[in-house]
Ligand binder design. Sequence first.
Ligand code: ATP
Length: 202
Amino acid sequence: KKFVVGLTGGIASGKTTVANLFAEYGIDLVDADVIAREVVSIGSDGLKAIAQRFGQSLLLTDGSLDRAALRAQVFNNPEQRLWLNNLLHPMIRQKMLDQVQASTSAYVIMVVPLLFENHLDSLVDTTLVVDIAPELQISRTMQRDGVSKQQVEHILASQMTREQRLAQADNIIDNQGEYELLRSQVLALHQQYLQLTADQET
Ligand code: ATP
């Protein structure tokens, strides 16, 4: 059985940056955000089911999903939201497991922003949290996305708190310092995971 590391962290904590460092060591990545887009891509069963329930008005002229229109449909509508989650979550989960099975690297990094919130930690063998203080989350998001402080605070409020996340972490990466400090932490963890993978095989 493939050893799976669940990589998570709040907005702009550095998940993508960390995942790319693991990829440099040849480790395959399974990205929940990418898969969540794939299950509603043009021609997908997910998109067909959504168009059937909500109507063709949820499609853009090129046939792709109008995400804003879908958000409006499920906003303040728990019944529709539940239907949508019941449709998409099993599809996303299955696709993630398929990609893990298809991987040929020593272990797999599964990048899941809402790993704990959506209870996807049940799919992984160990959890790795990228940690930075909320003030840094705010400044890095504002800089990267050109959004206001208020907009970031709104997103922060929708995610679990730093303390809740850290309490569930098997390992923690501190990404408040220089990039080089990040690199050395990732290398140490990579070696640790290779060891765990080897232990699992014997
Ligand atoms: P999101 O949750 O929004 O998808 P993320 O957790 O994947 O974000 P990244 O995109 O990797 O986070 O990083 C957020 C921003 O912070 C990026 O602009 C990135 O370049 C920057 N960043 C990451 N690590 C550092 C660091 N150690 N020092 C300075 N900036 C950093």
